[in-house]
Design a protein around this ligand. Structure first.
Ligand code: G3P
Length: 224
């Protein structure tokens, strides 16, 4: 599994970069908005400095194919050809994905709510598919089934495309995405916090620590 952070908050990225086996950072214009009116490319360059060789996925803003392709060129001009360009899968987006893949851009097909969008993006050569787990559930779409069908299509077509599941509101949704064939997930820092700061884990750590201290007083296994 690849684990990515769905945030552009520098403090959070710095913090979790030191904790997680971090494969990348993803964003979209709504995530960017949370940081206020930042100097966009300067900010993203700081993220690149923090994450080193991990991947950066940056979303286009343009709506028409021509605008999307212009955004994509601008992004790689500033951030490098290795940057994944996130493009929503609608008519204009799919046309842009097809065109950009013929020019060897790296593409993450995003805003995926249905398996049919995914089948089209796979056929167009997208590197990653980003299905929106929680948003699908809000629409009464079975997100786990959609991801399973996407994974089956990738196998059936021997495609190099990978599933980068996104839009999570709890850890169980992440587990279901992984079980059903996602090769990667991106989640906001609070999902990783939920997973790693469960009271039961901390209780186990405290109990083990206390049992050692009760048995061996202040002796440590090793001296710092
Ligand atoms: O990366 C796409 C994802 O961030 C959408 O998440 O929480 O806005 O549904 P959300």
């Amino acid at each position: 599994m690849k684990f990515m952070l769905d945030t552009v908050n520098l403090d959070k990225i710095r913090y979790y970069q030191s904790i997680l086996p971090l494969a990348g950072v993803t964003s979209n214009p709504s995530i960017i908005k949370k940081e206020g009116k930042i100097d966009f490319y300067a900010h993203l360059k700081k993220i690149k400095e923090i994450i080193g060789s991990a991947d950066l996925h940056v979303q286009v803003v343009g709506k028409l194919q021509e605008e999307i392709e212009k955004d994509a060129q601008d992004i790689v001009d500033h951030l490098g050809k290795e940057t994944f360009i996130k493009i929503p899968v609608n008519e204009e987006g799919l046309a842009a994905i097809k065109s950009l893949k013929s020019k060897e851009f790296k593409v993450t097909a995003t805003a995926i709510y249905t398996e049919f969008q995914a089948y089209l993006a796979i056929a167009a050569g997208a590197d990653y598919l980003a299905p929106y787990y929680n948003r699908m559930e809000n629409l009464n779409i079975n997100a786990a089934d959609v991801i399973y069908a996407m994974a089956e299509e990738i196998k059936r077509s021997s495609s190099p495309t990978e599933i980068l599941a996104a839009s999570f509101k709890n850890v169980n949704q992440v587990n279901q995405a992984c079980r059903n064939g996602a090769q990667a997930i991106t989640a906001s820092p609070d999902i990783f916090e939920q997973a790693l700061t469960m009271p039961a884990i901390q209780k186990a750590v405290t109990d083990f620590h206390d049992d050692w201290r009760e048995t061996f007083a202040t002796e440590k296994i090793y001296e710092l």
